[in-house]
Design a protein around this ligand. Sequence first.
Ligand code: NAD
Length: 499
Amino acid sequence: MTIRTLTHFVGGEHIEGTSGNFADVFNPSTGDVQARVPIASKEEVAEAIAVAEAAQPAWGATNPQRRARVLMRFLELIARDTDELARMISIEHGKTFEDAKGDIQRGVEVIEFALGAPHLLKGEYTTAAGTGIDVYSMRQPLGVVASITPFNFPAMIPLWKMGPALAAGNAVILKPSERDPSVPLRLGELLIEAGLPAGVCNVVNGGKDAVDALLNDDRIKAIGFVGSTPIAQYIYETAAANGKRAQCFGGAKNHMIVMPDADLDQVADALIGAGYGSAGERCMAISVAVPVGQQTAEALSAKLAQRVSELKVGPALDPLSDYGPVVTAEAKERVESYIQAGIDEGATLIADGRGYVVPGHEQGFYLGPTLFDNVTKDMKIYREEIFGPVLAILRAESYDEALALASDHEYGNGVAIFTRDGDTARDFTARVNVGMVGVNVPIPVPIAYYTFGGWKKSGFGDLNQHGTDAFRFYTKTKTVTSRWPSGIKEGASFVMPTM
Ligand code: NAD
């Protein structure tokens, strides 16, 4: 099998890596290395920033409707190539083909929202704020912005970043995950085909050095990051210290509260999909089920044990697979070590996903579904994000205890409650200390025209992703106070002007 050598994509062209460093890109379904991705040096990053900086003024001066038209053509091209893109995701990430199409679609929805840029970028206007005085505001692009994205949504998250940033008139440096860079590179090509001027969107591959080069370069005005919490915190703090705007989204430990009145078959379906879909490698995956009351816990545990035993794990492109492999051998080992920790700490192991072999794909990075019961608050498998197909049942005695669990956990990305009682649901949504809440909805990823963002250690920064917040993040507001006619003569005034 030939191993492809990938490139950077700068100024509308594929640029070979010159640092001499490469990272392996695997096919997680087979365990084979299928490509090498160049790891950019800080000089290569600096060159890409120079290209973006040169291209940005003309793009920023293009009227927003024309910018939106480029994104409209981009959407048509993504629609044309969806199957090809989904296949690329499946063979680099390991998620199933249908799931990969969902990855693309959730990104497409944010580009659709960004087509509203002419409206979203409108300022405010007050006429006659004083005698002959009008006040108005305008939203202007920041300049060159950087997006640093994780492996688990190689289409969706780059699209969440690019759409609003480009629509608002910025130039972009996208630094995607080095584990699955092919789709981000392809999105860069499609933007050129859609008519985006060369240099306005650039894809630079790399790791920490490339990120540090972006963080330390004054020409980068904002950083949008998505990934694990320690890196999110590091990037947020460094960007802020360097005077940049930053929004950095991190890890998660999402709870699902199951009230005694919930329909347990519906709950079990929701938990199986949200816990094990995409091998649990979603920041909105449910990793903790919290049944309230002993009876609910017994019944739910039995139902989950049954459903877990029926799951099919296999190659990403096999239509019979419920979920595929995890992304790398390293990720597999990390999840396995958590399973061992759960056993060592005394949780009840109902299903053990270690040692799962898919015949014909013995080297693939597979993990069977793992289910723990009787997990407690102090256990590592409860406190930390595992990011794999591992679901923990933590039994609560009361609604208040369940509410406190989700609220007190250091992560605050998503949470769900399953109940048939409106009062309980309403109380929960008002009081729970988490950023995104589902009521009988297991994965409450907000639709594109609302905003996405976790609380506590799941998100650093003031503004969320997509929705109107994205346009606030990617623009700066200028406010103009003007007076006409200009001929009014009042003489010099030494007091603060007031209305
Ligand atoms: P990661 O933190 O390892 O990598 C994310 C990005 O940071 C990548 O582009 C990577 O190259 C870069 N990076 C890695 N190490 C770095 C370092 N030391 N310094 C600077 N940059 C570095 O995350 P991942 O494994 O790609 O993605 C999984 C994580 O992302 C999980 O924790 C998941 O919960 C989280 N995630 C969060 C959200 C959200 O919106 N909150 C969405 C998706 C994924």
